[in-house]
Design a protein around this ligand. Structure first.
Ligand code: BV8
Ligand code: ZN
Length: 327
């Protein structure tokens, strides 16, 4: 007999659920003002207000195709052209997009708390960087869609913003890519059926300038691949260097690991969990909210400037946009 979290909360007040969390901005401001160490875990919802689709959440891009099916080394081995078309489409959209006030609010909080704030992001879209988020306090858990690396050797190129990245990806309109992705992946067998003609002949795809044979691939972390060691070490050093007062869980379903595990890690270091999400239902590892936690339901680009105001003040959107960071 499954009972909804609110009913559970009604029955057993100690049952952790969204209902237990405060939604009061005033209360949050009081807690914020006495906080010295804050971390943020960000997901696709942070960039939603910039026009980038999320994965599985509301308006999720990958509702049509199996996200995990495309973001894996296996998919790249089977049809590298198809995977490249997918990432080329996302590179194009990310380059067209602009950071929103959510990105700028976190960047300003970093400047105001150089030792006391860190952002861990699952996003590969580069928007936090373009909002001039101080780099030492920004950890790219899944790297960047603008990095390119070799599938075979350890060749790596950072921050390549060519659009398209390679001529072979040029004459494929977003619509055509969309159709091919939907049709191909929904016909899952097709993706796994070597008989299906590759989206782009392997010979035409970008090859590694170092080992020559290897295919170049998007420099993101795919499912089944471990996260960048150095980045994890830096994140863990900060997390383990003292108690944590607040963990902001921003626009994420917190279901992909090890990124999602940072919510419990922060909790274990004394943090209150502060969820900022358009929809309170799918909160993954952040679903067990307790007394003392906070839940702000709505658009991160609106909520973050407001709840962080006691520290970051009023943001001057025009000035921030005029000074938008290099890619
Ligand atoms: C690994 C880069 C070692 C590529 C990505 C433990 C338990 C279970 C499974 C595992 C486990 N440990 C490892 C696994 C396997 C796997 C995993 O977690 N699988 C899941 C699916 C269960 N993890 C891995 O494979 C990781 N590697 O563990 O390596 C290893 C190696 C071998 C074997 C074992 C271990 C690597 C994972 C990284 C994969 N790469 N991205 C790319 O982007 O293409 S993950 C990708 O998906 C994103 O980066 C992100 O992490 C995730 C999407 O989640 P969200 O960002 O949260 O987006 P989503 O759409 O889901 O949610 C959006 C939210 O925003 C919603 O809640 C919505 O309501 C909200 N929202 C919408 N609009 C707004 C908003 N909120 C506020 N304002 C708005 N306007
Ligand atoms: Zn190579």
């Amino acid at each position: 007999m499954s009972t909804s979290s609110s009913a559970q909360a009604a029955i057993n007040p100690f049952w952790p659920s969204a209902e237990m969390a405060s939604t009061s901005v005033e209360e949050f401001h009081t807690v914020l003002s006495s906080s010295t160490r804050i971390m943020a875990l960000c997901g696709a919802g942070l960039s939603a207000a910039s026009g980038l689709e999320t994965f599985r959440g509301a308006g999720g891009m990958w509702r049509n195709y199996q996200a995990t099916a495309l973001a894996t080394p296996e998919a790249f081995e089977r049809d590298p052209g198809l995977v490249w078309l997918f990432y080329s489409m996302r590179r194009h959209k990310a380059l067209q997009a602009k950071p929103n006030m959510g990105h700028y609010a976190l960047a300003e909080l970093s400047r105001k708390m150089p030792e006391g704030f860190i952002t861990l992001t699952q996003n590969v879209d580069g928007l936090s960087q373009r909002a001039n988020h101080p780099r030492p306090q920004l950890k790219l858990l899944h790297d960047s869609i603008f990095d390119i690396k070799c599938f075979d050797c350890d060749y790596r190129e950072m921050n390549n913003f060519d659009d398209p990245y390679h001529p072979s990806l040029a004459n494929h309109t977003p619509e055509e890519v969309n159709d091919r992705l939907v049709n191909t992946v929904t016909a899952r067998a097709a993706l796994l059926d070597p008989a299906t003609p590759p989206a782009i002949p392997r010979s035409e795809l970008p090859h590694c300038p170092s080992c020559k044979d290897g295919l170049l691939r998007p420099g993101v972390v795919w499912f089944g691949e471990s996260l960048p060691e150095e980045t994890l070490e830096e994140a863990d050093d900060w997390v383990n260097s003292g108690p944590i007062d607040l963990c902001l869980v921003i626009g994420t379903t917190a279901t992909v690991y090890p990124a999602a595990s940072y919510v419990d890690i922060a909790r274990s270091r004394g943090a209150r969990i502060v969820v900022i999400n358009m929809d309170r239902e799918e909160l993954g590892s952040a679903k067990n909210l307790r007394d003392g936690d906070f839940l702000f339901e709505g658009d991160a680009s609106k909520i973050l400037p407001e709840i962080l105001k006691p520290i970051i003040g009023d943001l001057d959107e025009e000035a921030l946009r005029a000074n938008e960071g290099g890619k």
